[in-house]
Design a binder for this molecule. Structure first.
Ligand code: ZN
Length: 134
């Protein structure tokens, strides 16, 4: 069973511009990194135990760029924190859930991540994510 909501992914045109908004709420960016494989810059804003993940495309070819083009800025995915991600994916597939990622890939924050298909999860793009202990 997933153990928490790890983060909420939000597609934005500019991390810097979006950060100005969150600053007004008293929230600060904790870190920014580029995830080359996904063609995104990723900023994390901690809110209690949950993080807001701002996703800014670094290329027109990024899936985030395509998302913004189609739907505008907004919530892109919800990430559930889990342990033993590989087992969880196998379990989900055995339970008839469609997967986008059959094997985990590397995400921001040194985490292993995998997406479930929104056709299975009633319209929400769900990410399962396993953070590596540091
Ligand atoms: Zn995410």
């Amino acid at each position: 069973m997933p153990k928490n909501v790890n983060h909420i992914g939000i597609a934005v045109k500019s991390i810097e511009e979006t950060a100005e908004f969150y600053k007004k709420l008293g929230l600060e960016i904790e870190s920014i990194e580029v995830v080359e494989s996904q063609k995104v810059r990723v900023a994390f804003i901690p809110v209690g135990d949950v993080r807001i993940e701002l996703l800014e495309p670094t290329s027109d070819q990024s899936t985030i760029a395509k998302f913004i083009e189609k739907k505008g800025e907004g919530i892109h995915h919800v990430a559930l924190g889990t342990e033993n991600l590989i087992d969880k994916l196998a379990e989900a597939e055995a339970n008839g859930i469609r997967l986008i990622d059959k094997t985990p890939r590397s995400g921001a924050h040194n985490a292993q991540i995998a997406f479930l298909h929104p056709k299975s999860s009633h319209g929400v793009l769900l990410e399962l994510c396993e953070e590596k202990k540091t």
